[in-house]
Design a protein around this ligand. Structure first.
Ligand code: GRF
Length: 203
């Protein structure tokens, strides 16, 4: 299965995908896309010899626009787009072309603590300040609204004893690193089904 991974930051989820034993020999990450010109995730991609590209809505030096990106994704015959910490909205043209083939990982239990502005530490601060006792990670389909696509899989973690939002972030990140490869594997095995507007994962 040909993957495109979209990132904005350090790339620990990209790293988890590339180093996953269960995905070994089953995936080929063809391209890593970022809205940044440089980021930690790009360094990881380079180590693996993966093509990197920076994308922007406006014409800027060193960036391509989303139309050119869509063209590139078609040429690379991408099967699945994985948003792993990508902070920009995906244009409707790409969402339509890759219908039900774009997934995102969110560091909380959706539909709570999602939506515009809910990214990175903003999420964990909100969870901490709510005094919630569990948090977790969600993988969902991407549509034209932030964090609103159907939820594919979730895992939770006890945070009743944490002393800071950073501690929540560490616990959730650990879960993310196994949840995302798990879901990608389900796609490879064609075990992700949408039935009556609910996502069912076959065992
Ligand atoms: C992760 O917590 C992910 O859920 C969120 O952004 C963070 C990205 O981390 N959307 P990394 O770049 O994969 O390390």
């Amino acid at each position: 299965m040909n993957l495109a991974v979209f990132v904005s930051g350090r790339g620990s989820n990209l790293n988890a995908i590339l180093n996953s034993d269960e995905l070994k020999n089953l995936i080929s990450v063809k391209i890593v896309v970022s809205n940044k010109i440089s980021c930690g995730a790009f360094e990881i991609a380079k180590k693996f010899g993966i093509e990197i590209v920076s994308v922007s809505k406006t014409m800027k030096d060193g960036f391509i626009d989303f139309n050119s990106l869509l063209h590139k994704l078609k040429i690379l015959q991408i099967d699945l787009i994985v948003l792993a910490g990508f902070l920009k909205m995906i244009p409707i043209e790409i969402i339509s072309y890759f219908e039900n083939r774009i997934i995102n990982i969110h560091p909380a239990l959706l539909p709570a603590f999602g939506g515009s502005g809910m990214y990175g530490m903003n999420v964990h601060n909100a969870v901490y300040n709510s005094s919630a006792k569990i948090s977790g990670a969600s993988v969902h389909f991407v549509n034209e609204f932030y964090d609103k696509g159907l939820i594919i899989a979730q895992r939770c973690v006890d945070i009743s004893d944490v002393k800071s939002p950073e501690e929540i972030s560490q616990r959730v990140l650990q879960i993310e690193h196994s949840l995302l490869p798990f879901v990608i594997k389900k796609f490879i095995e064609k075990k992700v089904h949408i039935v009556e507007n609910r996502v069912l994962l076959e065992n």
